[in-house]
Write a protein that binds this ligand. Structure first.
Ligand code: CAA
Length: 240
């Protein structure tokens, strides 16, 4: 039977590519989004992938949303915690709100996404958990104390979950994308972005599909022994 996959932030950017790639692998995919109804409707029209709207920062909303997905599509076998935001500012200018928003969405959001599906995975003795971290969780980044903290936190989460889930047939891994051609990176001021590209030995931004391929590899049935790992895909910009 087709595996059921949940991808948070699955209608845009890297998440969109992941949703499509998992569908191409034969999965039944549920893609979540937080606010952009228009984009989500266009995404469903183009791909046939069901979308669900909730805020990953809200535990009760995540739990209810996941229950709805499971009622409609079946038990979730694969969860990709991808939803994330930036609120970049040099530390001396970063507000407590900018700190909290990013922690709530990017880090607590990962807890809120995995926690409701974890008991079912344990019972069924199968699960694939992938968290989309970042190069900036590995190396840190000017103006991203908040974001880098969450992305480094992702690695602690998957390394702990890997140990807890291993006996239950569950794997938990992370992908650390470098700078990928998405709206998030395009929002960086052009001059800064050019300077970043100059630091990428491959000489270009990555493509969302290059990250999606890492996810389909980690979530395949025969990737059971790859657990607690991090795949780095950054064009040789940084070696963790
Ligand atoms: N290293 C060292 N110095 C830097 C720097 C860097 N990377 N970036 C900026 N600076 C310096 C500037 O040269 C400037 O110095 P001067 O004042 O001497 O000219 C100073 O820091 C910037 O001060 P500003 O007061 O102008 O900063 P600002 O409040 O306007 O903030 C910014 C600007 C938010 C930092 C903006 O430059 C920016 O967005 N930078 C990009 C940060 C970044 O890389 N974010 C990653 C987004 S993509 C992503 O997150 C996806 C992923 O996972 C990879």
């Amino acid at each position: 039977m087709a595996r059921v996959a949940l991808v948070t932030g699955g209608t845009r950017g890297i998440g969109e590519a992941i949703s499509k790639a998992l569908k191409a692998e034969g999965c039944t995919v549920a893609a979540t989004y937080a606010g952009n109804d228009e984009k989500a409707a266009a995404f469903t029209k183009a791909t046939g992938i069901e979308t669900y709207k909730w805020n990953v920062a809200d535990y009760e909303a995540s739990k209810a949303g996941i229950a709805k997905v499971e009622a409609e599509l079946g038990p979730i076998d694969i969860v990709v915690a991808n939803a994330g935001i930036t609120r970049d500012a040099p530390f001396h200018k970063m507000t407590p709100e900018q700190w909290r928003e990013v922690i709530d969405t990017n880090l607590t959001g990962v807890f809120n996404t995995i926690h409701p599906v974890w008991p079912g995975m344990r019972e069924r003795k199968f699960g694939r958990v992938v968290v989309i971290s970042s190069i900036n969780g590995q190396k840190g980044q000017f103006a991203q104390v908040n974001y880098a903290a969450t992305k480094a936190g992702d690695l602690g989460i998957i390394r702990s979950l890997a140990q807890e889930g291993a006996r239950s047939g569950i794997t938990a891994n992370a992908v650390c994308p470098g700078y990928i051609a998405t709206e998030m990176v395009m929002a960086v001021p052009e001059k800064v972005r050019e300077a970043i590209i100059a630091q990428i030995p491959t000489g270009r931004l990555g493509e969302p599909e290059e990250i999606a391929r890492c996810v389909t590899f980690l979530t395949s049935d025969d990737a059971q022994f790859i657990n607690g790992s991090t795949i780095t895909a950054n064009g040789a910009q940084f070696f963790a």
